[in-house]
Design a protein. Structure first.
Length: 579
């Protein structure tokens, strides 16, 4: 083991294994707590090592002190229960004398961030000359062992790795790892394993464009395709997944075809193809591939796989595909199967709910979030997302209750504040809308949609100072000129036009239309109305634009019949006396 400040972890890690281990080597890299003392009390031989930003160097120091024929490496936050320790003991009895086998164990990581993931990792290997770890970060030893003629053996022995659970911890670890990987790549630019780890770390930070560049180098290398087929297969599935996240479906198909050539019998290829066909709207092919995946048990590979996701998502996908094809009886059957699964992980339900929200399937999203809450995940985030789904589905009373529950659990849940602000605005409860939206801005001042909505509310309540303040802050957020003298509503209206044009350039079409609609409301003219209609037409949002125009004309008393009277709309309306 290599450790630092792990006094609180060591006993739970080591004590269950003391009957199996012949010696315990702990290399301490600079602990400030009682790590060394606790390790010694558990029978460990403790050695000091000066940390040098190189995990492989620290691992190799631990190997140097080991005297056994076989080495089992652990992290301090690893755990093994009685059943798994018994399996380990039985495996130990079968270790070959010629020391030509290395053993992959299954690592389970019940992360609150990613859900429950499983992956294989080489944990036991023979101590032979030339066997040492490589890589400053994500160190590995398998390739060295392979070159020495040591064979890979997969086992069903499982280690529970507690790891980093919170989003902040995961982010900090990823940024640390990325820095170490970049430094290593400067000296070893052709190291494919470093490119693989760079890709995975970047993808974890949602930097998919950079991630795919690194992973393409891995799967396109002739040696990897020829000699590391299993590794290349797993890497290809990851790459295809990232292309799907980027909506680059042609590249995803290309990479999945590579994976298919490498291992055509692995059922995971059907899982990913089913998802890809679903995304491109080929529901018949999606059903075929997904059913093929369900026919065979999947194998755990070196890439962490969310096992709960694999148990639930195929039935969600089939439910959606059958609905799209109008096969309602099959859709109902898949729906029932989905929610009768014995393994229900709330993280999986939340992910399915989020996916439905993104796809505009609001009723379905509400079902998932309600189920997650029933499964004892009644968090403020889930209530906020449930409220959004219900609101978008037209179930406003239920939405309001869910959003208020989110704020009851966490008064600073930003999404609940913004959603309630928009909902109260729609229900013409302006004072409540102002309260919720200003509370949201206090937490996050750069919310453009909130400032646009506040602009309208201040204008409608005849508060020019509030309107000008929101306009000024929007100009600041968008880095637009602010040294402007405003003498009339027409001047302010022009500024919101500028804001709208800037948002269009930034491809924020929905917000741009809000700004153009606000410009028309402040100072209605035929020219501005035609501009709003034209821009809405380009985005397929004509109905929304007509509603904005109608509301503005009603406010200014230019229509009362529900129909726009073009004759009453001047080219340039006068400034309102009330303002």
């Amino acid at each position: 083991m290599i450790v630092k400040n792990e006094a609180h972890n060591l006993e739970d890690c080591i004590k269950p294994l003391t009957g199996v281990l012949d010696e315990i080597i702990v290399v301490d890299t600079g602990s400030k707590d009682q790590t060394r003392e606790v390790a010694k009390s558990l029978g460990a031989k403790v050695f000091n090592f000066t940390w040098c930003d190189d995990f492989a160097a620290a691992r190799n120091e631990s190997i140097r002190h080991a005297t056994g024929d076989y080495i089992f490496w652990l992290d301090a936050d690893d755990r093994m229960d009685v059943r798994e320790v018994k399996k380990l003991s039985q495996l130990k009895e079968r270790f070959p004398q010629k020391k030509d086998e290395a053993y992959f164990l299954i690592v389970s990581n019940p992360s609150l961030v990613d859900g429950g993931t499983l992956f294989r990792q080489l944990r036991i290997f023979p101590k032979v000359k030339g066997a040492f770890f490589e890589g400053r970060i994500h160190e590995q030893i398998f390739h060295r062992l392979q070159s020495l003629g040591v064979k890979r053996v997969d086992t069903d022995i499982q280690i529970l790795h507690q790891g980093y659970h919170g989003p902040e911890e995961v982010m900090q670890k990823s940024l640390r790892n990325l820095s170490l990987i970049k430094n290593a790549l400067e000296t070893e630019p052709e190291n494919l394993f470093l490119h693989y780890q760079a890709a995975r770390t970047l993808a974890g930070l949602s930097r998919f464009t950079d991630a795919v560049e690194h992973m393409e180098k891995v799967i396109s290398h002739p040696k990897v395709r020829a000699e590391e087929k299993r590794f290349c297969f797993d890497a290809s599935l990851l790459l295809a997944q990232w292309y799907m996240e980027m909506n680059r479906y042609e590249e995803a198909f290309r990479v999945l075809n590579v994976a298919d050539e490498l291992d055509e019998i692995n059922p995971l290829i059907h899982f990913y193809k089913g998802d890809l066909f679903y995304r491109v709207g080929d529901y018949k092919s999606a059903i075929k591939e997904t059913l093929a995946f369900l026919e065979k048990p999947f194998e755990v590979g070196i890439i962490p796989i969310n096992s709960d996701w694999l148990h639930h998502y195929p039935y969600h996908l089939l439910w959606q595909c059958y609905l799209k094809r109008g096969e309602l009886s099959m859709a109902n059957e898949m729906f029932q199967t989905l929610f009768s699964q014995p393994r229900t992980h709330t993280k999986c339900l939340e992910e399915l709910g989020l996916r439905c929200l993104k796809e505009g399937q609001f009723h379905e999203a509400a079902i998932y979030y309600q189920k997650a809450i029933e499964e004892k995940s009644a968090t403020d985030t889930n209530y906020a997302n449930l409220g959004l789904a219900l609101w978008k589905a037209g179930r406003t009373d239920e939405a309001r209750r869910a959003l208020e529950k989110a704020l009851e659990l966490n008064p600073e849940r930003l999404e609940a504040l913004t959603h309630l602000g928009h909902l109260c605005y729609q229900q013409k409860e302006d004072l409540k809308a102002l309260d919720y939206l200003n509370r949201a801005l206090f937490l996050k001042p750069d919310l453009i949609d909130v400032r646009l909505l506040l602009s309208e509310l201040y204008f409608r309540s005849y508060d020019p100072d509030g309107l000008i303040e929101q306009c000024d802050q929007l100009l600041k957020i968008l880095s637009l000129p602010r040294n402007i003298t405003v003498e009339s509503l027409n001047d302010v209206s022009k500024l919101y036009e500028t804001i709208g044009e800037t948002l269009l350039v930034q491809r924020q079409g929905h917000l741009a239309l809000m700004a153009f609609g606000l410009s028309f409301l402040l100072h209605p003219s035929r020219e501005r109305m035609e501009g709003l209609v034209e821009k809405a037409k380009e985005q397929g949002k004509l109905e929304s634009a007509f509603k904005q125009i109608e509301k503005a004309l009603v406010f200014h008393g230019m229509t009362s019949t529900g129909m726009v009277d073009m004759k009453r709309l001047p080219p340039s309306a006068p400034t309102m006396d009330k303002i």
